[in-house]
Design a protein around this ligand. Sequence first.
Ligand SMILES: Cc1ncc(COP(=O)(O)O)c(C=O)c1O
Length: 459
Amino acid sequence: MSDRVEAAQKLASRVFGTVHGTLKPQVICDHGEGIYLFDKNGKRYIDFSGGPHVVSIGHGNRQVREAMVRQMEKVSFFFCSFWLNEPLKALAERISKVTPPNFTMCQFCNSGSEANETAIKIAHQYHVERGKPEKYMVISRWQGYHGMTLGALSASGHTTRRLKFEPLLHQWPKIGAPLCYRCAYDLSYPGCKIKCARALEEIINQVGPQYVAAFMAESIGGAGTACMVPVSEYYPMIREICDKYDVLFIDDEIICGFGRTGKWFGIEHWGVRPDIMTSAKGMTGGYTPMAVVIIDQKIDKVFTEKGASFIHAFTMEGNPVSAVACLTVIDIIENEGLVERSARLGEYFFKKGREKLSRHPTIGDIRGKGLLMGIELVKNRETKESFDPALRVANRLQQIAMEKGVMGYPTAGMDNGVRGDAFLVSPPFIITEEEIDVAFDMLDEAFTDFERSLNVSIK
Ligand SMILES: Cc1ncc(COP(=O)(O)O)c(C=O)c1O
């Protein structure tokens, strides 16, 4: 083992948390440029995971760097509760230009988990201000993921991420994920009559609508469902049920927001307007920690009419350097037509991905939208049997892919929360068709080696 790897391992072992037991990093990341990351030895990797799902405009963008430096030369920090914040105001205005007109307010935070935490509190205080303080429950979905903090984790149905913290979590009800590949209700579309959406109404009635504050869901699934795309009827039905029972619809756009799926926000694929949207990753492009809660005017109106302030503040929220970074990232996304590009390239991305990878016997399903793809790994394609979780096959695949020079994101839990593995890919929006070809060629080779290591081969 080289001195560098040893030093990196020592360093990594001092960093406490990893995502659901991902393997310890082996390689020091040195720098990034466009769609590439480079290690200390100068080896180049295609950042086909985009972070995961973070890197939208590519690494090392000069415009963003210069904008951040200009702001740092003026001032790097002031507390939002003491000062008006011009960069943040400009960012809120910028965001309002790309969201549907029903959204009139933004609350900024530093991470996706904080944004979802914040959204839960806004939803509850909204009901409190309306004289309905008993509306507190947040219904969500099994295999959904909304963050690591306790409120966001309570709304998350990602079993492996919850298990050890269960006693600390709010025991809020959950419904099955709208994942047709592994239907939670053992039904098939369209005969199912969208049971996964109707389940929301059933559970609201079971627990009592007077106790339900909100329904929270990722528009298109992330880590726990490997980019699940619900059927077209799903969100219109969810919207109707939420309206019927005075329940707010919180749409988690932490991954999908700001162009990842070929629309500014994933939920736009269904033409449905949520009451609250949270977003983070792509809006920052990875240049800074930042997240936003985008709030409907009906909530704005209640707080305004009551003269109520939202009891909430993070010291670092709305950092002006982060605000100009996000502003510049969104400008670049808009000026360079990257949302349209994500939609257009997305077609190519899925065509090529299926063409190059479908023959692999360990691939059960390839799903997603735009530049967000989930590849579900199975032991048996016919029966959809998943691998023994102890094998951590997605992590193994990631290691092999990295050796080939391509990054992806290993995840698990799509088979009832405790089994099922997947490998997600979501490249920067600036990737070209040629680069997509190269990345899938590398992944094709990685799958071949991976399958060889499992003694599975293409017949
Ligand atoms: C859909 C979704 N929501 C929330 C989060 C939490 O965001 P963060 O890791 O920035 O706290 C994530 C993170 O991956 C996510 O994918």
